[in-house]
Design a protein around this ligand. Structure first.
Ligand code: ACO
Length: 384
């Protein structure tokens, strides 16, 4: 590197990660960060959580209003009719190593669906494609989950809703209400969330006039990182490592002293408590064991106090992922299935954003600030 290039590089501004930049307009959902409020098409999330089914919320996001009975029956029927995977996709999933990360298996499965039927997933995404793909996310995951356990995949059931069917396809037995009900509320809470990183990814891909499978494949990749949807698996690891309420203080102190971020805390947009965290906390109290809830609550309380002490003014609060861990563990899922279960919910939001993007599209192509050198001349390899 030349001296002038080094000098230029040191002037590089700290990246702002597009914080505060409005990159799309949407009618789908909005995060009111200062108030700690989340709205889907005008409905506060508290209006929907525990009251609306996942399919009702999917209809709200995709179509624009809560369905009447006929519309809901029609949507449920379409979900039910799309739970099977093509044989080639099942075979492809079976080729994956059993120790693959389930997010990688999901990303691969979604991509395989597109390659398996390129005429279906053309460059004009529509509602039927969105329903078909959202309905198949659980099937991909369950096929992989059963493959790694050494079991055959189970055909989805059209008489079950999404939450029931997901548990049925995973575990092969009738899902208990104490498991599928909290899972359903979780899916409602996670269905959409403004222009988060994975949703932005799906809209960028859609803006190139690509297909829906490509948009959702990219979105799964963006969701995987711990700064986004990969956090809840790490929350469970953290709580397991802490192990007991007596150990909370020293574990958190060590983690923060060594510069680690505490999983399940902080958010780019929320500068108040994430409303989903509040709802999930209540669910965790009922669904998880008293010991695990006590450990979670003690960890949360101390983490909030320590973050306030060490990062004053940063306004770091509990985010959705912290109590997602307790709720999903209580539902019977292992930690590494938490992030892809988030994707089962968000497949609805992602595809709704893709449809919205396509209805009023312009290629998303931002600019960059060039901070590298200019005017260099080529020298043949032996002269360098
Ligand atoms: N633990 C410790 N410190 C934190 C945390 C945390 N969880 N989150 C932020 N901070 C600190 C940062 O170190 C930084 O401190 P500094 O200003 O002294 O350097 C300050 O708070 C501001 O942090 P940013 O990096 O500017 O926050 P950003 O908006 O980029 O990040 C994020 C948000 C990625 C969610 C971050 O809070 C984080 O890493 N949290 C832990 C992982 C997590 O919970 N991810 C799930 C997010 S929710 C979701 O996507 C569904």
């Amino acid at each position: 590197m030349t001296d002038s290039a080094t000098a230029t590089a040191t002037e590089r501004p700290k990246p702002n990660g597009l914080e505060g930049v409005v990159a799309a307009s949407t009618e789908l959902s909005h995060v009111f960060g200062e108030e700690g409020k989340l709205v889907y098409r005008g409905y506060d999330i508290h209006e929907l959580a525990g009251k609306a089914s996942f399919e009702e919320v999917a209809h709200l996001l995709w179509v624009g209003h809560l369905p009447n009975r006929t519309e809901l029956a029609d949507l449920e029927e379409k979900f039910g009719a799309n739970r099977q995977l093509p044989e080639a996709v099942i075979e492809g999933i079976r080729e994956l190593p059993r120790n693959a990360n389930p997010m990688d298996a999901l990303r691969t499965g979604v991509s395989m669906l597109g390659a398996n039927d390129p005429t279906l997933y053309d460059n004009e995404p529509d509602l039927d494609e969105a329903i078909g793909l959202a309905a198949r996310f659980p099937a991909i995951l369950a096929t992989f989950f059963r493959h790694r356990e050494g079991h055959e995949p189970i055909q989805g059931r059209s008489d079950y809703n999404t939450a029931q069917n997901y548990l049925y396809q995973l575990f092969g037995k009738e899902p208990e209400e104490r498991h599928w009900k909290p899972l359903e509320t979780y899916l409602v809470l996670l269905a959409d969330h403004g222009l988060n990183a994975s949703t932005f990814t799906s809209r960028v891909i859609a803006s190139t006039e690509s297909d829906l499978c490509s948009s959702l494949t990219g979105a799964v990749g963006a969701l995987k990182g711990p700064a986004h949807g990969g956090a809840p698996a790490k929350v469970l690891d953290m709580l397991n490592e802490i192990g007991s309420a007596d150990n909370v203080e020293s574990w958190l102190t060590n983690a923060l002293d060594s510069g680690q971020r505490l999983m399940g805390f902080g958010h780019r947009v929320y500068k108040a408590e994430d409303p989903r965290a509040e709802i999930l906390r209540g669910m965790a109290e009922t669904a998880s064991s008293p010991e695990f809830f006590e450990l979670s609550k003690r960890t949360e309380d101390r983490a909030l106090a320590m973050l306030e002490e060490r990062k004053p003014g940063r306004r770091l609060y509990t985010n959705v992922e912290f109590y997602s861990a307790a709720v999903l563990a209580a539902v019977g899922l292992p930690g590494d299935m938490f992030p892809p279960t988030f994707a089962v919910a968000r497949a609805v939001g992602w595809s709704a954003h893709v449809l919205e993007q396509c209805a009023n599209n312009r290629l998303i192509r931002p600019a960059s600030e060039y901070v590298g050198p200019t005017g260099l001349t080529f020298k043949p390899i032996d002269e360098r």
